[in-house]
Design a protein. Structure first.
Ligand SMILES: [Zn+2]
Length: 69
């Protein structure tokens, strides 16, 4: 199972899509184990189309929890 630090969540309203390196969205043809930081710069959210910049780590520095502390 991926570390929370390696899982990223889309922060746009009404989305919340989570990128899990162990379970990348199948329709995007991303090899299993590809870290979010290794995705192409033009990668975007498979659900809402937001850019990579709209994603935040679930844990660790810069995480959603840290933003609210
Ligand atoms: Zn999204």
């Amino acid at each position: 199972m991926a570390n929370p630090e390696e899982m990223y969540q889309c922060q746009t309203a009404n989305c919340g899509c989570i990128y899990d390196p162990d379970r990348p969205p199948r329709k995007l043809n991303i090899p299993k184990g590809t870290k979010f930081t290794e995705l192409p710069r033009d990668w975007c959210c498979p659900i809402c189309g937001a850019s990579k910049a709209s994603f935040k780590p679930l844990a660790g520095s810069g995480s959603v929890k840290d933003d609210h502390s």
